[in-house]
Design a protein around this ligand. Structure first.
Ligand code: NAD
Length: 296
């Protein structure tokens, strides 16, 4: 496909994702409010856009990778936004993790101008964004999905259409509940093992191949042992996801008791000014309770 692709939001995730599209041979027009981020991707061969509207005017497909619902609304529906520059038939792929109801709302609005939308959030974090092995969970029409599947495959190793618009973000919320609870369980367990006098590195080696082993364990235990809480995935973004999960759960009548507990742990870390750290920093909540540090 020779069509030009727009990419808006060049942060921890958007930068490597857009670079992988360039590597795969696509022509890109990029935009971010941070000029340094744009400069970095432009050096790899992308054209710099001047606004989301400008990007949409130049492209048949526009991908957004922004923090949360208000940012996506602003970039798509706001002044000088994507919708102002879009032509009928343009495809908007929102890869940000946002509230499923907002995905539906934006899709309805852009449809009035003939723009087709998919919500396509990802899992895998920065390392998999760099490797091009992200997991995409996509919501929207099958026909639209078929047109852009190859583009998503240039950034991810798993690309699954899960249902109608909004389903991608419902799936992402499920993913984020599992990840948050896993990190909390891992933290509780490693603080116990350390305080009980067992070397946490040996605990990790001993259990990673068994039933307790997981992608979360392999990604996060080495970070904790090295006391490296550089994000990765920030605590403030996980607070945003759990807020969206709790809202969605309450909206459809599903209590989320464990999610709400981990939410309060994240809030405690935020009150401790740790919200810009990686979510593996959850361990510090348990360390404070027990008066011990999990390290090599
Ligand atoms: P980030 O904060 O690093 O990047 C967001 C980018 O959006 C920044 O470069 C920012 O300047 C830009 N931006 C904000 N408002 C804008 C606007 N109005 N116009 C143009 N650009 C704007 O965040 P990230 O870690 O890359 O995450 C992006 C999304 O992906 C979030 O929804 C997050 O939850 C999700 N996500 C992140 C990870 C991860 O590990 N970091 C993993 C999976 C999903």
């Amino acid at each position: 496909m020779n069509k030009k692709i727009g990419f808006i939001g060049l942060g921890i995730m958007g930068k490597p994702m857009s670079k992988n599209l360039i590597k795969a041979g696509y022509s890109l027009v990029v935009y971010d409010i941070n000029p340094d981020a744009m400069e970095e991707v432009a050096k790899c061969g992308a054209e710099k856009g001047t606004s989301p509207k400008d990007v949409a005017e130049k492209c048949d497909i526009v991908i957004t990778m922004l923090p949360n619902s208000p940012h996506v609304k602003q970039v798509v529906l706001g002044e000088n936004g994507v919708l102002e520059g879009a032509r009928p038939g343009m495809i908007l792929i929102d890869s940000s993790s946002i509230a499923p109801l907002v995905s539906k709302e934006i899709a309805e609005k852009v449809k009035e101008k003939g723009v087709l939308m998919l919500d396509a959030p990802v899992s895998g974090g920065e390392p998999k964004a760099i490797d091009g092995t992200l997991s995409f969970m996509v919501g929207g029409d099958e026909e639209v999905f078929a047109k852009v599947e190859d583009i998503l495959k240039a950034m991810g190793s798993s690309v699954v259409l899960v249902g109608e618009i909004g389903s991608g973000n419902v799936t992402k919320l499920a993913n984020q509940i599992i990840v948050a609870l896993n990190i909390a369980a891992m933290s509780e367990a490693f603080v116990l093992a350390t305080k009980a006098g067992v070397d946490p590195e040996k605990v990790y080696k001993a259990i990673r191949g068994g039933l307790a082993g997981s992608t979360v364990l392999d990604a996060k235990v080495p970070m904790v042992l090295a006391r490296n809480f550089k994000p990765g995935f920030r605590i403030d973004l996980h607070i945003k996801d759990l807020m969206n999960a709790l809202d969605t759960g309450h909206g459809v009548g599903v209590p989320l008791p464990l999610t709400s507990q981990v939410m309060e742990i994240l809030q405690a870390l935020k009150a401790d000014q740790k919200e810009k750290q990686d979510h593996s920093g959850i361990v510090q909540f348990y360390e404070k309770l027990a008066g011990i540090e999990v390290k090599k």
